[in-house]
Write a protein that binds this ligand. Structure first.
Ligand code: HH2
Length: 284
């Protein structure tokens, strides 16, 4: 399985790490830390050195209750950064729901669009379908809008509903001409879901994997980890690693994380176990 990511091609023979770079004043775990260009660049470069396979830049917080960011603010935060990261050697993804931002990001060198609204905004699907470069797209499931998504959360069958939604969105992409190898799907942990919904979705992740698209999971430092461990946001690395390993064991191919170094190490160990084989000396 490969993921076509603009001029990059990512082999998904082992799980890959997407490092989060939030250039926002209000993200739940790192808001305000990387608003300055130099701090953002340094953090992106550090994550690449630590082994991140993709850098995901977000300029609008989607935490529960977040206020929307204007199109011009998103572009002002993202485009100059993308231009500076063009030669960084790793694909850069842009986390946005707005078609105009998608177009500007692709023109400025983005290799992937990560859309928590799964290209449902008018014009978003067409933007990706008509892109002159084969940028990848991550289609995420979200119930409602960030401002209100944690109010009155109810599903009849959360796994079936998320799976059905992702199948429909991925099908719409392919029908519009976006190649299968450009598509990633994501159950959207924490987006209109309770802790119990998140845990059942993670336990049953193989049902989403069975759709046949690479699955990305984003559980890093989220409140589900906090609820289970009783830890504050800055103390959730170990809990997040537990979630990442549970996800890759069920077939996730990409994990979106804040703590790249620790995740890369954990996945190296997991992968070594998965691919373990005896050499001639050990076989005797
Ligand atoms: N989670 C967040 C943002 N974007 N994209 C995908 N595909 N999957 C996710 O789970 C996901 C996402 C929320 O986390 P973060 O970016 O750290 O915080 P904030 O939204 O407050 O900026």
């Amino acid at each position: 399985m490969i993921l076509r990511c603009g001029r990059f091609e990512l082999a998904l023979d082992r799980p890959r790490v997407m490092g989060v770079l939030n250039v926002t004043p209000d993200s739940f775990s790192d808001g305000g830390r990387f608003l300055e260009m130099d701090a953002a660049l340094e953090h992106a470069r550090r994550m690449i050195e630590e082994g991140a396979d993709i850098i995901d830049i977000g300029a609008e917080s989607t935490r529960p209750g977040a206020t929307p960011t204007s199109e011009s603010d998103e572009m002002r935060r993202i485009v100059p950064l993308l231009e500076r990261l063009a030669g960084a050697g790793a694909p850069v993804s842009v986390d946005t729901r707005k078609p105009a931002v998608m177009r500007a990001a692709i023109a400025a060198g983005a290799s992937m669009i990560n859309d928590v609204a799964a290209l449902r905004a008018p014009g978003a699907l067409e933007t990706l379908a008509s892109a002159t470069k084969p940028v990848a797209v991550c289609l995420m499931h979200m119930r409602g809008e960030p401002a209100s998504m944690q109010q009155r959360v109810a599903y009849t069958d959360v796994v079936a509903e998320v799976r059905g939604f992702l199948a429909e969105r991925a099908g719409a992409c392919e029908a519009a001409g976006i190649a299968h190898e450009r598509i990633v799907v994501d159950p959207g942990f924490g987006f209109g879901k309770t802790v119990a919904h998140n845990l059942v979705l993670l336990r049953e992740l193989a049902q989403i994997v069975a759709l046949g698209y690479p699955v990305l999971v984003g559980l890093s430092r989220k409140s589900t980890i906090g609820t289970i461990t009783g830890r504050e946001v800055g103390e959730r690395v170990a809990g997040s690693l537990g979630a990442a390993l549970a996800a890759v064991a069920r077939g996730a191919k990409l994990v979106r994380v804040h703590d790249v170094r620790e995740t890369v190490d954990a996945l190296k160990v997991w992968n070594a176990v998965e691919t373990a084989a005896l050499g001639r000396a050990e076989r005797g």
